[in-house]
Design a protein around this ligand. Structure first.
Ligand code: FAD
Length: 347
């Protein structure tokens, strides 16, 4: 059973790990390979701040809310374990700010200690009149990808730096199952008019005195189009750019100024912070995550493809729930092919 995962961002690597962890002991012939034309530190995942926070509105596919919750619970269960620091994982608390009252988000009972801001707290943010405080998690993309790569390497998973031109090419080389985790580039392998880039640009600064995330919202303009400040384990991420349909990979000065001025207005002490770097990346925006099986026929052979892409601005927030769902679909393929060995009884 040869499984090829295309993509080495958070979605590809976590899916590869989940499948290997779940099935290697019951399927000796399981061989997992990862193909990607970019590895860390060059993926979109490396650009992300890594805050666990879904969008404010409920997803149109209710399964996505479950996958978000499963991811939060999984990560929370690892807090305090020897892995936490190496994974780039930590608890983080902070503010979501609004200019008028809004309904509570559907994830208020998933995060810890969700509550509305008090008048005294709001006094710290003169441009805002309403908000929430809660504790969530940070999972730094770059650190997490390194950790996942180490876990996969230990398990014997092989990595190949290559651009895949078609599913057919991979199928003809002998893959039984292809897992498509190509993020915003999935449309190059199979047209998908629902998938679009949501370009972001971020500035990383050294500001160790900032301990809380501050995310502002302007519901009329849309998600992540107003300033946000997210402290990570080493650096703090400043952002507030979300441009649908923009494929420009280069950082630009107007966006830099928008981020810098917006964040300094929100947190004036940032003016003294040293800029460490600046990056742009494309959120794989889609009305719903595409997570489904598809059978493709090339010549006489049937190849199974499991798609797992389109995680927008919440890939780290949802990844583990999605990886588990893919593992479940993969298990069904094994069952259909009578490949699952019943584990020995312990009675
Ligand atoms: C500025 C910004 C901030 C963000 N902040 C957060 C945040 O705080 N929290 C959060 O949860 N999410 C955040 N996100 C979203 C998150 O980064 C994405 O949802 C996530 O990284 C998507 O992961 P992925 O693995 O699908 O894609 P990627 O990380 O882009 O990985 C795609 C992989 O597929 C490979 N690939 C694609 N096509 C091919 C091909 N044909 N052949 C070979 N390889 C191929 C690429 O080389 C790459 O390895 C942010 C995104 C941006 C841009």
């Amino acid at each position: 059973m040869r499984v090829v995962v295309i993509g080495a961002g958070v979605i590809g690597l976590s899916t590869a790990l989940c499948i290997h962890e779940r099935y290697r002991s019951v399927l000796q012939s399981l061989e997992v390979m990862v193909y990607a034309d970019c590895f860390t530190p060059l993926t979109t995942t490396d650009v992300a701040a890594g805050l666990w926070q879904p969008y404010l509105s409920e997803p149109s596919n209710p399964q996505e809310a479950n996958w978000n919750q499963q991811t939060f619970n999984y990560l929370l269960s690892l807090i305090g374990s020897p892995n936490t620091a190496n994974m780039g994982l930590a608890l983080v608390s902070g503010y979501n700010l609004f200019r008028e009252a809004v309904p509570d988000p559907y994830w208020k009972d998933i995060v810890l200690g969700f509550r509305k801001l008090t008048v005294r707290e709001l006094d710290m943010f003169p441009d805002y009149s309403y908000g929430w405080f809660n504790t969530s998690l940070i999972l730094e993309g770059r650190k997490y990808l390194q950790w996942l790569t180490e876990r996969l390497t230990e398990r014997g998973v092989k990595f190949f730096l290559r651009k895949v031109e078609s599913f057919e090419e991979v199928a003809r080389e002998g893959a039984d199952v292809i897992i498509n985790c190509t993020g915003v580039w999935a449309g190059a392998l199979q047209p998908d008019p629902l998938l679009q880039p949501g370009r972001g640009q971020i500035i990383k600064v050294d500001a160790p005195w900032l301990k809380h995330f501050i995310i502002t919202h302007d519901p009329e303009r849309g998600i992540y189009k107003s300033p946000y400040i997210i402290p990570g384990l080493q650096a703090t991420t400043l952002g507030g750019i979300f441009q649908l349909g923009n494929w420009s990979e280069t950082n630009n000065i107007p966006d830099h100024n928008t981020i810098w001025e917006g964040c300094c207005r929100l947190e004036p002490t940032l003016k003294d912070a040293k800029i460490i770097g600046e990056w742009s990346g494309f959120r794989p925006v889609r009305p719903q995550v595409r997570l489904e099986r598809e059978q493709l026929c090339f010549g006489s052979s049937n190849t199974e493809v499991i798609h797992n892409y389109g995680h927008g601005g919440f890939g780290l927030t949802i990844h583990w729930g999605c990886a588990q769902e893919v593992a479940k679909l993969f298990g069904k393929i094994l069952e259909e092919r009578n490949l699952l060995r019943i584990p020995p009884s312990h009675l």
